[in-house]
Every structure is written in C-alpha cells, then in structure tokens.
Design a protein around this ligand. Structure first.
Ligand SMILES: [Zn+2]
Length: 224
C-alpha cells in the first residue's frame, strides 16, 4: 500500500554512447537512447506520475544532450547530481551546460568532487567532497545546492551526519523502494540496462519485491 507523502525516485546515469572512458561495472548503468525514451514515456503516462521523481547521477554530457530535451518534451523535470571534478572534461557537463539545465527548470545537486566511496574516506576527505562540490555548484548555479547523492549508493550513519553538517537538506541513496517527501535520506531505484519492464512497473507503482528490499538493505554499511 502506498502511504500519503510517499513517492518513488527513479535514478538514471548515462544515456546513449558514452563520450568518456567508463569505470569498471559502469556500463550496466548506461541505457540506449531508445530504452531511455521508452522508460520516460512510461513515466509520463503513469497514473501515479506526480509521485515519481527523476534523478541522474555523475553529470554525464547526455544529461543535457539527450535527457533534458526529452524530459521537457514530456513535461517532466529532474534533479541532476554532478561530480564537480569532471565539470568541463570530455563526456561530462560543462559549467555552461549546468546553467542551461537550470534555465530548463531542472535542479542541480552534488555527487561529490571525485567518484569516491564516502564510507571509506577520512573526515577531512569527506568534508572536502561535500563542501568543495557544494561551493562550486552554488557558484555556477547562483543558487543554493541542498541535496547530495552518495556515489555507488554507499553510506553509513557517520556519512549521513556529515552530509547534514555540510548544510545539505537531503541525501539520496540507491536503497530502492519509496521515499518520504520530507525525509532526509531518500532511497532511489537505479535503472540499469537489464532492468525489465515488470520491475520498472513495480518501482513506478511503489511495489518493491521483498527479495529486492533484502538485497538493498545488505548494501547499507554501518561503521562500528
Ligand atoms: Zn555515481
């Protein structure tokens, strides 16, 4: 059953042919343009469309080249989590691209500076990821950047505390299932190239199979 105040967050990465060298395992998260458009159509025509929130991680060039115009065409909006260390590099968004996304009524969040597992960083390293990326994006956007998405979906209680202390209002994971509108920790459902329509339908209607919830829970690491 869906509770009031709950929504589903669908997370994408790259679309189409990558314009940079991918990290190991990353190719699974890239979708063909056709597959992406089919999913957007499903979201746009879904009866619970107003409860579906769309995000993108990594700041790939395809965010602006492919995703933003197709979102606009369907009256959809999204939040793009950018790695500031990649801004202006081949295959990634430029500062101008980020400003264009804002002009297209999209939102910008931080995915850190590098693409690092935040649970494995020292306090000063994590603070740098959180603070330097926020400051750079706020300078580019001319607005507040209030949300962070955690690379690889990895987090623990200490990471969440530091995200909060760095001034963010929301932390996006990849935990699956539904999210609370006002919640600080916001679990997302990452779409992969292998994600079947039936799985997607479950996600969009707020139904997450029990085995998937178990698997996602196992991804959460707690530091003693
Ligand atoms: Zn990422």
């Amino acid at each position: 059953m869906t509770r009031a105040g709950e929504y589903r967050i669908v997370n994408f990465h790259g679309i189409g042919a990558p314009l940079r060298e991918l990290e190991p395992g990353e190719a699974d998260y890239w979708l063909s343009r056709d597959r992406f458009l089919a999913i957007l159509d499903r979201i746009a025509s879904h009866p619970a469309r107003e409860r579906i929130y769309i995000t993108f991680d990594d700041g790939n060039a395809s965010d602006l080249l492919i995703a933003a115009p197709e979102l606009r065409r369907r009256g959809l909006r999204a939040e793009f989590f950018v790695l500031t260390g990649r801004i202006g590099k081949e295959g990634s968004l430029t500062a101008d691209d980020i400003r264009t996304l804002i002009a297209l009524e999209m939102r910008i969040g931080s995915h850190g500076v590098g693409h690092r597992d935040w649970t494995r960083l020292t306090t000063s390293e994590l603070n740098y990821e959180l603070e330097a990326s926020k400051a750079r994006l706020e300078e580019i956007c001319g607005c507040r950047v209030n949300a962070a998405s955690m690379p690889f979906g990895w987090y623990n209680a200490s990471v969440l505390k530091r995200i909060r202390n760095a001034g963010y209002k929301a932390a996006y994971s990849s935990g699956g299932g539904s999210a609370e509108v006002e919640g600080f920790l916001r679990p997302r459902n990452s779409v992969r190239s292998e994600t079947a329509d039936s799985t997607l339908d479950d996600v969009l209607s707020g139904q997450v199979p029990f085995w998937r919830r178990l698997r996602n829970a196992a991804r959460t690491k707690f530091r003693v």
